[in-house]
Design a protein around this ligand. Structure first.
Ligand SMILES: Nc1ncnc2c1ncn2[C@@H]1O[C@H](COP(=O)(O)OP(=O)(O)OP(=O)(O)O)[C@@H](O)[C@H]1O
Ligand SMILES: [Mg+2]
Length: 379
């Protein structure tokens, strides 16, 4: 297949910078998900790879070949649009055959390829129908068949699941992942749904306002978000954040959030002292915290916060408890039997290895800040 590489790619529409200096590699044979909120530049980035748009600046490579100025038909990409864009006056068969007829392939070859891909996507019995006679899920498969029939080197998917109902999305998302693995094709899938991204991706590229925020495996972006945007965009409910002030007591550096004091490690204390940081954002995921009635004296130095229970939402498999900590709402996911009473005073315990710290000014995760400093100063 092919590796797709973007080098400092920028796309402007008049004064709008839709994609801003993006450096990104889509690995050969891997499923990469481009994740970001509405208007963040996901579709624009996909259409730049497809060749529908030309970058304002920067370069695009397929393996070692510079394709920046090649039109779509010379890139051999398969593209599935959000609305499927099937030709309404053509049967399913003709829709799928269309890209091969454009290439003037011989009719026998077209026929065998259409049947092969229809079998793969289990739509053989629909070949004589028109798009208006299909359900959303069936139309989605036809659009996918049309993209795959020309054996593209890259498969580009622009929110292909967003028009499907919740249950069908879950089914198709698993099938799509299986299909990509089976074909071993380089795939770029656009979505604003973080759960979809987590479940499908080999790699997730998070984008906001045209700027790449982080690229990593689902585990990396979930456990080690590079910045506050990624921490709060990924996860459901998203990560909790509290701003605390940095205090030094008898030479030990703490961050103070509400009535709690959380001791910083030597390494973080050093950075904080050297950079003169006065405030830090303390963050943790709702599923990494525990609710207890009394705080045990904790030798590990976990984060222990005092909170008032605001409301409990039972979801069957778990409960979501909203608490007020230092005037701010905090969410904790608890097992079904943990249902603290509203207005009761409880303690929230977050293990040290699950506490994330971010710089207030830049939003950058302190761990990344340390890593970047180490990279700059070779020892
Ligand atoms: N053809 C265009 N002309 C002018 N501005 C455009 C054009 N296409 C996109 N934009 C702008 O570029 C930005 C990125 O748009 P894009 O469609 O790539 O976002 P997106 O992440 O795909 O959003 P969504 O999730 O809503 O589909 C937006 O501000 C959008 O208004
Ligand atoms: Mg879009």
């Amino acid at each position: 297949m092919v590796e797709v590489r973007l080098e400092k790619v920028t796309k402007k529409f008049g004064r709008v910078i839709a994609v801003n200096k993006v450096d990104l590699v889509f690995e050969d044979g891997k499923f990469t998900v481009l994740l970001g909120p509405s208007g963040s530049g996901k579709s624009t980035l996909l259409y730049l790879v497809a060749g529908i748009y030309r970058p304002t600046s920067g370069k695009i490579f397929f393996d070692d070949k510079d394709v920046t100025n090649l039109p779509p038909r010379e890139r051999n990409v398969g593209l599935v649009f959000q609305n499927y864009a099937l030709y309404p006056h053509m049967t399913v068969y003709d829709n799928i055959a269309f890209p091969l007829r454009l290439r003037k392939e011989p009719p026998e070859k077209i026929d065998s390829k259409v049947h092969e891909v229809a079998k793969l996507l289990r739509i053989e019995e629909l070949l004589d129908r028109f798009p208006s006679q299909l359900s959303g899920g069936q139309q989605q498969r036809v659009a996918l068949a049309r993209a795959l029939v020309k054996e593209p080197s890259v498969l580009l998917l622009d929110e292909p699941l967003s028009n499907l109902d919740a249950l069908l999305r879950l089914t198709i998302r698993a099938e799509l992942k299986k299909l990509q693995q089976k074909l071993g094709i380089t795939a770029i899938h656009v979505t604003h749904d973080q759960a979809e991204a987590m479940s499908m991706a080999d790699k997730i590229a998070v984008i906001d306002q045209g700027t790449l925020q982080q690229v990593g495996t689902p585990e990396e972006v979930y456990l080690k978000p590079r910045n506050l945007f990624v921490a709060t965009f990924i996860g459901n409910p998203p990560a909790n954040t509290l701003t605390g002030s940095v205090q030094t007591v008898d030479g030990t550096v703490f961050v103070e959030v509400g009535s709690a004091r959380y001791q910083l490690t030597e390494e973080v204390s050093k950075i904080v002292r050297e950079a003169g940081v006065e405030k830090l954002v303390v963050a943790f995921r709702p599923e990494h915290a525990k609710i207890v009635e009394s705080p045990l004296v904790d030798p590990e130095g976990d984060l222990v916060l005092e909170g008032d229970v605001y409301v409990v939402e039972p979801l069957g498999r778990e409960n979501i408890v909203t608490l007020i900590v230092a005037g701010m709402p905090i969410k904790v996911v608890t097992p079904p039997d943990v249902k603290p009473h509203s207005s009761s005073k409880v303690y929230i315990v977050v293990p040290r290895n699950r506490v994330m710290l971010f710089d207030v000014e830049t939003g950058l995760n302190i761990e990344f800040l340390i890593r970047e400093i180490h990279q700059k100063i070779p020892d």
